[in-house]
Design a protein around this ligand. Sequence first.
Ligand SMILES: Nc1ncnc2c1ncn2[C@@H]1O[C@H](COP(=O)(O)OP(=O)(O)OP(=O)(O)O)[C@@H](O)[C@H]1O
Ligand SMILES: [Mg+2]
Length: 228
Amino acid sequence: MGKTNGGAAMIEFRGIRKVYVTGNQSLEALRDLTLEIGRGEFVSIMGPSGSGKSTLMNIIGCLDTPTEGEYRLEGRNVAGLTLDQLAAIRNKTIGFVFQNFNLLPYATAWENVELPLLFNGKKGRQRRERVAELLSAVGLLDWKEHRPSELSGGQQQRIALARALANDPPLILADEPTGNLDSKSGEEIMALLGRLWREGRTIVMVTHDDRIASHSERTISLFDGRLE
Ligand SMILES: Nc1ncnc2c1ncn2[C@@H]1O[C@H](COP(=O)(O)OP(=O)(O)OP(=O)(O)O)[C@@H](O)[C@H]1O
Ligand SMILES: [Mg+2]
């Protein structure tokens, strides 16, 4: 798992604002958000549609930057980093899981999981062993030659989770990971996320579903870009 940086929290937001400007309209999606998520916490983010949940996740994931305020990830001020440094942090520190799985449609399950390892320069046999280990961990090694369209939604999300874990990140960000799944597949994903949490990872998950949120330790509620 990723290196730690002293006793700093995993995620620290201080006075975060996010304003989207489109044409001559501006929209304040996050308003003066201050919050802390500790290492090893399992947190749900809830709130109505448009309340800023995905905006918050994108900033946590270094996919977008705040308009104002300070964001520290493992104690590191993200604002000062170059795009290359941000990409390196995403690759090493964060595993992403999305509602729509975001798998490459023409790649097999094996190739989807292998991709982040290729980006990370992992070679030959070590890489193959890691892919096999990851696919086994989500119970899908026998499905390695299948493409996403030949897999159920639940299976696709398990492949996406295996891919998210490829570089063994300490932080998993999941934006409505069960949103497109039936309840049984959703519970399977939650069981996997629960296991990753017990292994010591920090999990931040957006959900609309109280039953899904009950798997986490703490719920952060957003309303209109503010903490409720
Ligand atoms: N790229 C963007 N450009 C302009 N406005 C945006 C952009 N992304 C989000 N918004 C606006 O910011 C607000 C917050 O959006 P966000 O996607 O964070 O909400 P959400 O809580 O994730 O909603 P949902 O539950 O529907 O996914 C919304 O009013 C949305 O229209
Ligand atoms: Mg959203």
